[in-house]
Design a protein around this ligand. Sequence first.
Ligand SMILES: [Mn+2]
Length: 362
Amino acid sequence: MSNVLNDFLKSAKAGFTSDEETTVVIGNEAADLDSMASAVTYAYFLKNTGNAKNVVPLINIPLADFKLRTEAVFLFKEAGVDAGNLISVTDIDLDSLYSKGNMRLVLTDHNKIGAHQETFKDAVVAILDHHADDGEYPRNAETDIRPVGSACTLVAEKYLSEAPGSIDTSIGTLLLGTILLDTVNLDPDAGRVKDEDKKVAAALIEKTGLDGKKLFDTLQFEKFNVSSLGSYDLLRKDYKEWDLNGTMCGIGSVLMSATDWLKKDRDVIDSFEKFLKERKLDVLLAMNAFTQPEFTRNLVVYVPDQALRSRLIEFLEGAGLELEKIDGGDISKKEALDIYNQKNLGISRKKLQPLLKEFFSK
Ligand SMILES: [Mn+2]
C-alpha cells in the first residue's frame, strides 16, 4: 500500500546529510505515542507545506524499544506506517549536523530539551507542546505551548488551518488516535480534554470518516496488551531500579498474571538471569498487575544468592503485602524464584520501594 508517510520517512532517512541545513523534529525522551506521532506528523507538515526543505522526524528512543509501546505499534500499523521506516535518534549523526551549524531543532510534546540533546539547546527554533512552559529555550524560538490534551491537537490545528487537503486516512488516524487516547476519548471526567481537542477531533472524524469510539477502544486495549512481548521485554517495558545501600534492586511492572506468564514461557528464568546480569542486579522483582476480571496483584521474586534470598523473603512475607505462595509449576531452574499472590492491592511499586530501602539500610 502506498502511504505518504512511508515515502516521506524513507526519503528523509536516505537523503539525510549533515552537510545541508536540516530541520529535526523530535518528541520527548519518554517517547510515548503522543511524542512519536506528533514528531512524525508535524515533520511531514513542515515538508509538505514547504516550510522546510530537509526535514527528519526522530523517535527519541532506540528503535528496538519501539515494540514496547504496544499502543504505538498498533496505531502506526493502523495508519499504514511501517515501523521499520521510523527514524531513531540513534540513526542520525546529530553531533555532526549540529557542529556544522546545520541543525534546526523543533521540539514536540516537550519544551525543555531532553538530557541526551542538551548540547543542541541553542539550535531550537520552534516548539509545539502542551506541558507547563519551562521557558528554557532560545528567546527567538517560535513557540506554541498551550495546555491542551495532546500535542497532536496542536499539530492537527496546523493541518486544519494550513493544509486541510493533506489530511488523509494515515495522518488522520495518527492524529485522531493519539488525541483520543490522551484525552480518554474526550471524556470530561478524566480531566484532560480541552475545547481545542474536541474541535480538532470532530474535524478529523469529519474529514476521514474514522470511527472514533472504535479507534479509542482498540488503542486502549492494545496499550495493555502485552501478549506480543517475550519475558525479557515484559520485564523492561516498565522498569525501575535502585541502589539500596549497596544492594542493586530492579522492579519490573508487568501487566499479566504470573501464572499466565510462566505458562507462556517455561524458560522464563533464562530471561531473568540475562536481565539480572546485564544490569548487575542482586534482586529482581516483577510486580504483576492485571484485571481478570477483578484487579489482582502478583509478586515474583528472583534472587540467585541464597542467603540474600532467604533474608528478603522473610522480610517480604512479613511486610504487610499479604503474600500467598503460588506454585510456579513445571518450569526449569526455579530454585531462585518465588511467586506470590499479593492480596494487599494497595502496595504498588511506588510503595514497595521505600519499604525495601528501609530493609536494606539495616
Ligand atoms: Mn503529550
